[in-house]
Design a protein around this ligand. Sequence first.
Ligand code: GAL
Length: 661
Amino acid sequence: MDIRRLTDRLGGLAFGGDYSPEQWDAEVWKQDDELMRHARVNLATVGVFSWALMEPEEGRYDFGWLDGHLDRLHAAGVAVDLATPTAGPPPWFSLAHPDALPVGPDGTRLTHGSRDTYCVAAPAYRRAARRIADALAERYGDHPALALWHVHNEYVSLCHCDHAAAAFRVWLRARHGSLDALNEAWGTAFWSQRYTSWEQILPPRQSQWHRNPGQALDYSRFWSDEALAAYREQRDAIRAHSDRPVTTNLMLPRYQNLDLWAFGREVDLVSVNHYPTGPGVEAAAHAAFDADRARSLAGGAPWLLMESGTNTVYAGDRVLPKEPGDILRNSLAHVARGSEGALFFQWRQSRAGAEQWHSSMVPHAGPDSRMFREVTALGEHLARLGELAGSTVRAEVAVLHDSDAWWAMQVDGLPSGELEYYPALRRAHRALWDAGLTVDFAHPEHDLSRYRVVLAPALFLLTDAGAENLRRYVADGGTLLLQHFGAAVDEHLHARLGGYPAAPLREALGIRVEEYRPLAQGEELALSDGSTGSSWSESLRTEGAEAVAAYTHGMLTGSPALTRHTFGSGHGWYLSTRLDDAGYATLVGRLLTEAGVTPDLPGLPAGVEAVTRHAPDGRSWHLLLNHSAEAVPLPQPAHDLLTGATLSRVPAGGCAVLRAL
Ligand code: GAL
């Protein structure tokens, strides 16, 4: 989709959030109109959890109340992102279709009373979801307020019910073709698990001990495809009536039920939700990680931050507030990386209900509050950044990201409980972010030729095509770092025989791993270069590579821990342990130096982030975010779009947006 259609319609970057007028009365609606105008809100997401109002009983739709709100918002100059309400089936639905309630791996069927109580594979749910999407699109497809369609909310819930089992079997037939092929792929010769009819196959429900890893991995793939099919049905029902772009808000979580690349290909506009899990610099690094992922899922195209919290940091068992100024800096962290605006959950803080304590743009205290003043200031700032619309971001380095590899690392029976995908991905991104770089994510089978350095953490599963692609990337001049336990299995989770990793990569890396040697919890191994390894070690030998660091302890004394191989015109690096933070930063720094990668704006002090957005006509803008407690001088005074003034320093905790010369 041409993103300019959205930003042209909005007259600049998007600003607003989820709006639930059904929780309030006419007096509040009137105030909402005024406050939205005051805060320069130009986009409101309506209807996300309004199924019970839209369809009060099965098959009877009532959209009268919604007509009024869409017309009112239009009159107030606020465009609408209209949601299908399918993440919140009403109680009547669950009572009429109890078989559509989700079932856990232990066989427990959930009840209604929360949200997301549906199985995406249940025929009754799918029918009802398609029908309401169709009815909404028929009624509002051409509404003048409508700017964007928002299908569902965060496809995320898993189910293990009999409907899911039946759909899984259909999926397996298509994937494997025959039972023989499935038995081979899943290694059912082990533990006498051979299947002799499709009906014998179940989702990976709770069992006696380790469940079959091939079955678990295929179930994850199946589930993502099923959710995607449910999305497509709604999207296509909408497209039959409306030419406005369609999205679904992806959550970029620490756990993962979706192949995000696949969703990225099916939406007209990638939109994501982001909630930080720690304050301060951790929040900034997390925002950069999610925003870089969102842009990558969009193939580098502009995307949209659909939700974030004005005053919400999810920190374990509590929700921490944000400090003054954070809302602007956090929002610009996304805009810097290609978001076409900043939206929030939600506009007005609910008086009652499960998320009554969740922060909002208008808090319980009302507009006379720090929060609403900061929100209004954010609206003003974003309004000044309209010229950035449609510009994009470039990166010279990438981290590989593959759902199959992630799911593969969640199966039972792996050799260490410390083999975790998400933390490894975060760490690789963080090392590059700390080095001042903008980072893309890429799939191992993508064309990687535009990247000078590619990090491959936790890439446990790698297909033959992926291994060949990475070999070629190095041969053609790239610098690749494959990390421990990498490329150990193929797409069926079958171990690579004859030495790890997969053969084409062994050639590019110039090594052969003979034995994986997990370490005890807390155990640390000193390496010859002064760094320390923990969690994991490997017995490997070089076959052409140089040993950059060696183990200095026990059986592995003198054996390579970190290797570097010149292959073709590139370099293949292999790291066989989990390095301490400083050691990892040094290693990544060396890779970057050798590959000649430098930040867009070199020389900025630690804690100051700079990202550049480029317009197709050659204009560009530097967005500077100062996460530190000190004001930072600019190399030379420059005009700042945020304030409209000439700046010579970026204030502590502040931001600047400078037109590049
Ligand atoms: C999002 C969700 C919203 C709201 C928010 C709270 O993941 O889409 O509906 O629940 O979390 O942080």
